[in-house]
Design a protein around this ligand. Structure first.
Ligand code: ADP
Length: 454
């Protein structure tokens, strides 16, 4: 190791109270010389005088050596070793003021050549002048020359240092107060923002709640309206059925050969009454059916249904209706096994309705019904080669009482209730009813049904 690096910068003896002042003053000089900052100069000088006082009182003094250490390692520190005149007692050494240790980077007891010395150190800042061997030699020479000042001088300078330290404390306190003020202001701002946000949120919430309440009310009104419509239809049709049936019966009686004979004109008028009453009864019955389906009073009777049976029955009953010479009714045989879980009566009603319409609105060609199993669902299609329906009316024909203008001329009478009823029943059976059609080429109504019921 380079001895010009490790040799002490300054050595001195500490024996009595006045030496404490000298040590303090010289300590500060060394600190200044190696480049410690002003605050650190005062810190190490203060620490030295505290420890020195302890040593003078406890062991009668010490030999003190200042060194620059860690220079070669690139982390230079100012190190001070205080070797006590007599060894410490069994309890070792503990500074009287606990705060002393905080003034320096390290303060501990270290054995040096059989003696336990008190060693303290403080880091020399990087921007200080480099401590080359030459520079250290200069510092040693400089420190050896400067004579220690008197106790009074040191007291004066210590006073100045105290005032400077107080100033520093005050300015730090002022700074802290400003910071606190700013923090409080920021806090107030954040709080205001938070309040504003939560108010806005609350307002929005209130709006949403009100909106929902209105929506609930509207849908309740809608439901009530729809229910009362269905109830009204059901009641009226029910009340109408008896008198209309009576009218038909009376008309039949009048026309009966057992009654008094009618004139030709009377017979014609009675015939008109009878056919009008029959139409009216059909309408009343359709209305009653639809009202029942809409009010949910129809409960499907779920059983295993064989489509071949249903198709066979329809083929038989509708043959009587297919009276037009140029129109064929083709009911294809469904692929077997053709079973599904459904309500046979309701299913038959839907299909009859579709076939009936097909026959009603087809002048020439054919009306065909076929069933296919597609992706685990039954798809039953009733198609015809009739007049077809314009695309914008594809949904309207499922509305109650809607009839395509001009479509019924020559096609016989209708009520416009058949398709809405059929669609209702399809939904009750867990399926759907839709139409594809091209005017002039015909229509195809598709009933889509699950295999395993709803
Ligand atoms: P209705 O047959 O008693 O008039 P629907 O509800 O069954 O009542 O049908 C509504 C309307 O839809 C019919 O009036 C007719 O204009 C049209 N329509 C239904 N089926 C067909 C079809 N197969 N071809 C052409 N138009 C049809």
């Amino acid at each position: 190791m380079n001895s010009s690096l490790t040799a002490p910068l300054l050595q001195m003896t500490l024996r009595a109270e006045p030496d404490i002042f000298v040590l303090r003053q010289r300590g500060r000089e060394v600190a200044t010389a190696v480049g410690l900052e002003y605050q650190d100069q005062i810190r190490i000088a203060t620490a030295l005088s505290e420890v020195a006082r302890d040593l003078v009182r406890a062991v009668g003094g010490a030999d003190v050596a200042f060194r620059a250490a860690g220079v070669e390692e690139g982390s230079p520190v100012l190190r001070v070793d205080l070797a006590p005149l007599r060894p410490f007692g069994p309890a070792g050494y503990e500074p009287t003021s606990g705060a002393v240790a905080r003034l320096v980077d390290t303060l501990d007891l270290t054995p040096v050549g059989g003696v336990t010395v008190i060693r303290m150190s403080r880091r020399i800042p990087a921007h200080a002048e480099a401590l080359t061997p030459q520079r250290l030699a200069e510092l040693r020479a400089q420190l050896a020359q400067s004579a220690p000042a008197s106790v009074l001088d040191e007291l004066t300078s210590q006073n100045e240092q105290l005032i400077a330290a107080l100033d520093e404390v005050r300015s730090q306190r002022d700074e802290l107060a400003v910071l606190n003020e700013e923090l409080q202001e920021t806090n107030r701002g954040v709080l205001a923002l938070y309040n504003q946000l939560s108010e806005e949120l609350e307002e929005t919430n209130r709006g949403v709640v009100a909106l929902y309440a209105e929506l609930d009310e509207k849908s309740a009104q809608l439901k009530a309206a729809s229910e009362s419509k269905s109830r009204f239809l059901a009641n009226v049709s029910h009340e109408l059925r008896a008198p209309v049936t009576a009218v038909i019966g009376l008309a039949r009686l009048l026309a009966d050969s057992a009654s008094d004979p009618l004139t030709g004109e009377q017979a014609r008028q009675v015939g008109l009454i009878r056919s009008s009453a029959t139409d009216l009864l059909a309408l009343v019955n359709d209305l009653l059916d639809l009202a029942k389906a809409e009010s949910g009073r129809i409960e499907p009777d779920w059983t295993e249904v064989d489509l071949r049976v249903v198709f066979g029955q329809l083929r038989g009953t509708l043959r009587a209706l297919a009276t037009r010479p140029g129109v064929d009714l083709v009911v294809e045989e469904p692929p077997s096994p053709a079973t599904l879980r459904s309500d046979e009566t309701l299913l038959t009603r839907v299909l009859r309705n579709l076939l009936h319409n097909g026959l009603k609105f087809t002048e020439a060609g054919e009306v065909r019904m076929r069933a296919d199993l597609v992706d685990g669902r039954w798809r039953i299609v009733v198609s015809d080669t009739g007049a077809g329906i314009a695309p914008d009316l594809h949904e309207r024909i499922f509305e109650e009482f809607y009839q395509v203008p001009g479509s019924t001329s020559g096609a016989g009478t209708g009520t416009g209730l058949g398709l809405p009823y059929a669609r209702r029943l399809a939904m009750l059976l867990g399926g759907s009813l839709s139409v594809t059609s091209e005017p002039g080429r015909g229509s195809a109504f598709t009933l889509d049904l699950p295999v395993d019921g709803a």
